[in-house]
Design a protein around this ligand. Sequence first.
Ligand code: PGA
Length: 253
Amino acid sequence: MKILAGNWKMNTSFEEGYNLIETLKAELSPERLGDVVVVIAPPSIQLTQAVDLLVDYPELAVAAQNGHAGDYGAFTGEVSMAQLADAGADAVIIGHSERRQFFGESDSVVNKKVLSALEQELRPIVCVGEVLEVRKAGKHLSAVKEQLRLALEGVSGDLAENLVIAYEPVWAIGTGETATAAQAQEMHAHLRGLLRELYGDLADHLPIVYGGSCKPSNAAELFAQADVNGGLIGGASLVAADFIALADLLHKS
Ligand code: PGA
C-alpha cells in the first residue's frame, strides 16, 4: 500500500479546508489514484467537516493530527482517540516532531497513544526522526530505530498490520531542506529491519512514508526508493495542485 498523507497542521479556515477537499474530490478519482491511499489531516476542529465531505470517497481517508491516550476524563483541551473514532476519523498522526518538541511528548506518551489508537481501530501514523545534532554525530540510525522500538512497545503482531510509519528528519521539516533519496532509503530500510525483527514478513507490507519538505520537485526520486512507500506532506499539502501532483508521482512510482 502506498500512502500520501497531508498534514495541514494549524492552518486552514473552514472555507479553505472545504475548498481543498472539494478540489481533491474532483481530481483524485480511484482510477487516478490506483494503489495510492490519500489521507487528509485537517485541524481537529475541522475533522467532522472533512469526514462529512468525504463520506462517499473511501479512497480519501481522514486523520487527526493528535489524540489523547485516555478514553474520557478530566483532561481540559484534549480529544481522545475514542472521540476521534466516534467523529469518523480513520487514522491519527502520533508523535509528530512538533508534538515532541513543542508539547513535550515523550516516547512513553507516544507509545500510549499508539496503543490507544489501535484499540480504537484508528490507523496510527507513527512519526519518528532525528534532530540535526544526532545526524551530525552519526547516531541517526540507532537513535531513530530506538525511537520506533519504544513507540511500538506492546503492539502485538495482529494489531501491527494497521501501522503506518513516517520517517521525518526534524532538520528537514518546514525548512526547505530535504533528506536525499539515499538518506531516506537508508533510514527506511533500517526501520524496516526493526519491523521485521518485531513482526516478521508483515514488515514488507507496512508502509514507511517520508516527510520533510517533500514536494513535486523532489518527490519522484524519494518515491522511487524501494523502502519509501509514500509521503507525509506538510506545506505542499495546502496547495491542491502540489498535493495532486504528489499523488500522481506516487502512483507512477
Ligand atoms: P513539511 O512538513 O512538508 O512542511 O516539511 C512535513 C511534516 O511535518 O509532516
